[in-house]
Structure formats: structure tokens, C-alpha cells
Write a protein that binds this ligand. Structure first.
Ligand code: HAM
Length: 422
């Protein structure tokens, strides 16, 4: 136990971490281009926030939350998703008082008690965003486009947008009644979960992974929500589609897409890679801010899994920017060179050059091997002659060229070579 991490968690070790950093940098830069600001909310929130916000009838709330009592007997939950916490922060900090839209993004750890499998962890990371304050279909089209843009900029290929509208408080009650009427005669053909869904939230049945339930849905004549949209939702959906077409963002309508969270209204989408499945998803949630106690405010957003995106990038043979590696490895022949080596290392680092050395008192040959292993660009050699002459020999490991420079010049020379300003 002591040497094993909990199931569904990962240690990100140096090497892999650089891939994450490169992906995170790309994601941040794309969000910044669309004028989003970063938000960081607590890892845990009051359980009630997710129970009410995400919805009691969802798998996330009913089966997957990490919920615990703290020492003050309060029920807290590790966030299973980012939207509820961001909306809570928006209300608590009265961000609705700011003029214009509030556009926020995050890259944070989330927790769901799921069966771990490829691209599915118990502690995973989402990049995501939330836009609060506008119901205009242009926002929907732009946020969906941003979702695709982000994944494309990371390098992912073969992306498909599946789009649906899940209606609103006006059209859903009638749709629910029609679903109950169509499915009740087939109640016992449904899985146990779907029997409960039929009582609590029949729309969720579209989300069931059980093939048999999907077959019952198809043959029972239960209407899809798209068939039951009210006039306003229908008009909103067709504007979103037109705008996506004018931007040039390709999509397919999937009238069975309902997403796994209850807060959605109107637009809902998922981005899939056919060889794998869903990589990101989002939607509009016009009732959520008011539901948790804020003023009526429309919202929309999406999130995608970092683990999934990075795994698919590797599978598609798309490596992220290579790890930075070492600019200089400083080798020291003997004790006499120590003061010069230590000073040089610190001066290099202060100038922005990535530098390291050997601390094990090994032979020069072994130190050169270490420099190779670390893929250093240069080796700085401090030998007997160098100490006597106050110079450093510098070998470019790529070209094999070697120069001797006075110690006083070496930092600015290297800073220029590796492209940092000294
Ligand atoms: P979600 O569909 O539950 O939506 O999750 C979004 C993405 O997070 C998924 O498409 C997947 O890439 C990733 N993900 C989910 N669970 C796991 C897991 N166990 N392991 C690895 N990756 C996972 C939401 O969470 C909504 N909050 C999205 C949203 C934001 N809607 C509006 N605003």
C-alpha cells in the first residue's frame, strides 16, 4: 500500500510533465486570444452545490462523487467538474456586477469515482471555460469554435463536433410527459437505472450505455428532445447552426446527445475522435446561476480532459514541443576547479541559461556521458589549464566545435547562443 498510488491516479514524472506544460501553455494562449481570464476555485465545495447544480439523477452525483465529512461534520465533495464551482464563485464574488460578459477559463484537477480505463481516471484534469451573461447564439457558435480551435492547435486530428439542443424549462415538461407515455409500457424492458430515470428524469435514458435500453428507446416511439423543442429553442438552435456555418465550423446534428449533467439548456455538444470517443463536451446552462442563488444569468461553456487529449496526441504521432532540456552541462576536472564551476553555474542560471553539473566527483569521461544523456547543447569544461588561465572551454555538442573563452565572456556568449537576453 505504502508504495502504491490509489487506483485511477497518476504520477506525472519529468519527461511527461514537459508534454503537459507545453499543452497547458498552448491552451492558455488560445484562451487568451479569445480574451478569457483564468479562474482558480477550491478543490472541494459543499456537497449540496454539485448535488443541486449537476443534478441528483446524474451518474456523477449518484455514483461518482468523492464526498466526505470534515471535522466539523460538514459534507464536502472533491469537485467532479468545474462549472458548478465557477458559477458559485461568480455569484459569491458578484462578478455579475461587472459590465459586459464574464469569460473565464481553468485548467484544474477533477475527481470522479469511475472505473479507470484508457483516458479515464479518478483524478483527472480538465481545461475548460465558462461564459456568463449572454444568451446570443453567436456566443454558442464562438464557444464551440473555440473548443475545436483549441484541440486543433494542440495538434489533434480527426475531430468531429456533434451538436444538439436539449430544450429549456418551457419545452421539457411536455417532452418528459411524451417520453413517459411512450416508455411506461416498456418499463420492464429497461435496465434498473433507466427505470429510475423514467421516474426522475427520462431525458437521461438517451445517455444510457445499455444497448437494449437504446433499442427500446428507438422502437417505443419516444420523441427526441429536438422533435419537441419550443419555438424559441428551435429558433436559437437554427441560429447557432447558421452561425457555425458562416464561421466554417463543421458539425453534425446528433439528436440523441444529452450529456451527463442536468444543468444544460438548449445547445449541447461533444467533440469526438472516432477511433476513441469523446474528448470534450459542453453546452449552455441558462438556469444554473439563478438555481444556486444568483440573478437570472445565461451561461455556456465546455471542458475537455487533458489525459485524453495527450493520449490521443501521442497515438496520432503528434508530439508536443520537445522538452526544453539542458543548455549547458558544466564539467569540472578536479577540486581546484570547484569555485569557478559553482560561480559559473549560478551566473548562467541568473542570466536565464538552463545549466547543471555533476556532483559525484566522477571522471571527465563520465561527466561527458552525463551531458550526452541529458541532451545538453553545450559542455563547459573547467580543467587545470582553464583554472590557471581564467578561461572556460566550451564544446558545442551538436557541431563538435570547441572554443576557449575568458570566464568574463562566457555567460553573455552562451546566453546569446541559446537565445536568452542576459
Ligand atoms: P463532462 O462531459 O462531464 O463535462 O466532462 C468533460 C470532459 O472531461 C470529457 O469529455 C472528458 O474529456 C473529460 N473527463 C470526464 N471524466 C473523466 C475521467 N474520469 N477521466 C478523464 N477525463 C475525464 C463537464 O465536466 C462539464 N463541466 C463541461 C462544461 C463546462 N459544460 C459547460 N461548461
Amino acid at each position: 500500500m505504502l508504495t502504491q498510488r490509489p487506483r485511477g491516479t497518476t504520477d506525472l514524472l519529468p519527461g511527461e510533465v514537459e508534454r503537459w506544460q507545453a499543452a497547458e501553455e498552448t491552451i492558455r494562449s488560445v484562451f487568451r486570444r479569445y480574451h478569457y481570464g483564468e479562474i482558480r476555485t477550491p478543490v472541494f465545495e459543499h456537497t449540496e452545490l454539485f448535488a443541486r447544480g449537476v443534478g441528483e439523477s446524474t451518474d456523477i452525483v449518484s455514483k461518482e462523487m468523492y464526498t466526505f465529512l470534515d471535522r466539523g461534520e460538514r459534507s464536502l465533495t472533491l469537485r467532479p467538474e468545474g462549472t458548478a464551482g465557477v458559477v458559485r464563485a461568480y455569484v459569491e464574488n458578484k462578478l455579475y456586477g461587472n459590465p459586459g460578459l464574464t469569460k473565464l477559463y481553468y485548467i484544474e484537477a477533477m475527481f470522479r469515482y469511475e472505473k479507470p480505463q484508457k483516458g479515464r481516471e479518478r483524478q483527472f484534469h480538465q481545461y475548460g471555460c465558462e461564459v456568463l451573461g449572454a444568451d446570443h447564439p453567436a456566443v454558442d457558435a464562438e464557444v464551440i469554435t473555440l473548443n475545436v480551435h483549441l484541440l486543433r492547435t494542440l495538434g489533434l486530428q480527426d475531430l468531429h463536433v456533434e451538436l444538439n439542443s436539449v430544450g429549456c424549462g418551457v419545452c421539457r415538461p411536455a417532452h418528459k410527459a411524451r417520453m413517459i407515455a411512450a416508455l411506461t409500457p416498456h418499463r420492464h424492458e429497461l435496465c434498473r437505472d433507466c427505470q429510475q430515470r423514467l421516474d426522475r428524469n427520462p431525458l437521461r435514458i438517451f445517455d444510457c450505455k445499455n444497448e437494449h435500453c437504446q433499442a427500446v428507446l428507438r422502437t417505443s416511439g419516444a420523441p427526441t428532445i429536438l422533435e419537441a423543442l419550443c419555438d424559441d429553442c428551435r429558433a436559437h438552435f437554427s441560429s447557432v447552426r447558421e452561425m457555425l456555418e458562416s464561421i466554417g465550423t463543421a458539425y453534425e446534428v446528433n439528436d440523441r446527445l444529452v450529456r451527463g449533467l442536468d444543468y444544460y439548456t438548449r445547445t449541447a455538444w461533444e467533440i469526438t475522435v472516432p477511433s476513441y470517443g469523446t474528448v470534450a463536451g459542453g453546452g449552455r446552462y441558462n438556469g444554473l446561476v439563478a438555481m444556486i442563488g444568483g440573478p437570472e444569468t445565461p451561461g455556456i461553456g465546455f471542458a475537455g480532459g487533458m489525459e485524453r487529449a495527450l493520449m490521443l496526441l501521442a497515438e496520432q504521432g503528434r508530439d508536443l514541443r520537445a522538452p526544453t532540456g539542458l543548455d549547458v552541462f558544466v564539467t569540472v576536472a578536479d577540486e581546484a576547479g570547484e569555485p569557478m564551476a559553482m560561480r559559473l553555474l549560478q551566473d548562467l542560471r541568473a542570466a536565464g541559461v538552463t545549466a547543471d553539473r555533476d556532483y559525484l566527483g566522477r571522471s571527465l569521461k563520465a561527466q561527458f556521458k552525463a551531458a550526452d544523456r541529458e541532451a545538453a547543447k553545450f559542455v563547459a569544461i573547467i580543467g587545470e589549464t582553464e583554472v590557471q588561465q581564467g578561461s572556460v572551454s566550451l564544446k558545442d555538442l551538436q557541431s563538435g566545435e570547441q572554443v576557449a573563452l575568458p570566464v568574463s565572456d562566457i555567460v553573455s556568449y552562451l546566453a546569446e547562443k541559446v537565445g536568452v537576453q542576459s
